[in-house]
Design a protein around this ligand. Structure first.
Ligand code: RIB
Ligand code: CA
Length: 320
């Protein structure tokens, strides 16, 4: 039985690859909806980019909803310096043809969680947690109906990528992250500690090109663009595939290792705003609330990703 998931996202090249990975895996993942949130770029672009990727994947029946255009409390911070002005720089994209689904993403999340059997829907969060937190605030009854949350965000050993202490998704909406991490829902966190080990080396990028398909070329061109920031900042050997780690975790959790620990969010100090204070070494008596992933089998991850991308066999390919 395929896992029912909602992908909440701020595409973003890495979000795009995560969505492609999920939509290439219908036997394991039933993508009930894609919900866009403001993050890497403003909402008008993240929702458009989500629709572009849906059409690249040839999955017209997966609804895309537009969600929150600003964080709960703080002003929006975007990341064009990483993802380009469109958020999907790299390939030349056609305008999306299919429209957004009717209604706000927050209402869609609420409606889906109330419609589906309790404990059967996983929320995959690839961007700031604004949509999820707003849904929990609006309809607290849905919190206990969520099976689990698997999210890309935060860091411990790798500390920050947007400030010295904070990772982008958490930094953009720390109040939302605080609501999510205090929700009591089973949470799996894919932080920079692990995503910085999922690097698109030249060899791995070539493997995408060697697929010889529109999807393979698009993924190679997106990662070629997206790698600049991390290569310059960290001297990395390629683009870190942050968000695809969320989907890969659902498909092959044994590729990942981590610890069940306490993670709390800095929401007061401007100096450390949005920091995920992860008790990795168990030095407090704070109750564990999240599985915090620290490592992965990187080649196994790329083998999985490349194999799934190979299932898009032509420009309008669907995977069944
Ligand atoms: O810090 C990396 C995260 O921020 C990724 O999800 C990337 O897409 C951006 O949203
Ligand atoms: Ca993202």
């Amino acid at each position: 039985m395929a896992q029912k998931i909602i992908i909440d996202t701020d595409p973003g090249q890495d979000d795009a690859i995560a969505i492609l990975l999920a939509l290439a895996s219908p036997d394991e993942l039933d993508v009930l909806a894609i919900t866009a949130v403001a993050g890497n770029v403003p909402l008008a672009l993240t929702e458009k980019n989500a629709r572009i990727i849906r059409e690249l994947a040839g999955k017209p029946n997966v609804p895309v909803y537009a969600g929150c255009d600003t964080p709960l409390v703080r002003p929006l911070v975007t990341a064009e310096h990483v993802h380009g002005k469109t958020g999907l720089d790299g390939p030349v994209w056609p305008e999306p043809v299919l429209p957004l689904a009717e209604g706000h993403a927050v209402d869609a999340i609420i409606d889906i969680l109330r419609r589906e059997d309790a404990g059967t829907v996983t929320l995959c969060a690839l961007g700031p947690l604004t949509n999820l937190a707003q849904a929990f605030k609006t309809a607290p009854d849905i919190i206990e109906r969520v099976e689990k949350i698997v999210l890309m965000g935060g860091a411990y050993f790798d500390v920050g990528n947007i400030t010295p202490t904070a990772e982008f998704n958490i930094y953009v909406d720390p109040q939302a992250a605080d609501i999510v991490f205090r929700s009591g829902i089973d949470i799996v966190v894919l932080p920079l500690d692990v995503t910085h080990k999922a690097l698109v080396t030249a060899e791995r990028n070539q493997a995408f090109r060697d697929l010889g398909t529109k999807v393979g070329r698009a993924v190679a061109e997106m990662t070629d663009f997206f790698e600049r920031f991390d290569k310059e900042k960290y001297g990395s050997s390629g683009a870190p595939l942050h968000d695809p780690c969320v989907i890969a975790y659902l498909l092959a959790p044994d590729l990942f290792t981590g610890r069940f620990i306490n993670v709390e969010i800095e929401t007061v100090s401007e100096l450390t705003m949005g920091m995920t204070v992860a008790d990795w070494w168990g030095v407090t008596d704070r109750a564990p609330n999240a599985t915090f992933i620290g490592d992965l089998d990187a080649q196994g991850f790329f083998d999985l990703l490349t194999e799934r991308l190979s299932r898009y066999t032509d420009p309008s390919a669907t995977t069944g």
